[in-house]
Design a protein around this ligand. Sequence first.
Ligand SMILES: [Zn+2]
Length: 267
Amino acid sequence: MPELPEVEVTRRRLERELVGKRFTQVMLRVKKLRLPLPAELKEILPGLTLRAITRRGKYLLFDCGSGWLLVHLGMTGFLRLLRSSIPPGTHDHLDFLFDDGHLLRFHDPRKFGIVTWFTGDPLQQPLLSDIGPEPLTEAFNGGHLFDIARGRKVAVKQLIMNSAVVAGVGNIYANEALFRAGIRPDRIAGTLTLQECSQLVTSIRSVLEESIAAGDACRVAEESVTYYPQEYKAYGRGGKACCCCGGQLDEIRLGNRSTVFCRSCQN
Ligand SMILES: [Zn+2]
């Protein structure tokens, strides 16, 4: 599942290539993904210039002047940027063509993604209005996390994966950040000290920033890809050796998500 770094890397690539370009054509091949696709996009977008691409959590926001195209990659979605039109394959549900010949194609086997259209302030729309602070901004800090965690009986991993607490931290980076911070994923959130919350915020920020940097460094010539090779220290390594102490990493289910940690290095 694409997480915040993959969405941010996608945003940066698309921004470099597409901002300032004009939409010429929209092709919709399905009626709905997670939500119905607005058929009127075919009439609205041609002629509009893409002004900017921003991100809120895992949502991409395409500023088209008179409105906003909002895209969420869901579980399996990704955006391919092609320099020339090639015939669509299976699961290529939408195409956006631009005046310089670029083709932006939304591919999503499981159809849990979202593509929709808003006018007005997109941040006030129901899909976005309840999202918590962005993890890479100062609004997300140790004090904020500590205030939210106090009195909470939920596991800390589930707390940081709640998008109302902090935007865009999914399973991979929650595992990685907790490992880096030395905090067990199943710790009751309310038992965290302010210092631990600050450490966790620092760790969340650093794992996300490192992953974005890795994605930026991994240029693919012909198209934008959501996924790029990465090495994880905890995620996906249950039963393997901890890179810090050499002990065996434990794997448990937490909130029905695979959760890996080291009993020696994380408290
Ligand atoms: Zn260890």
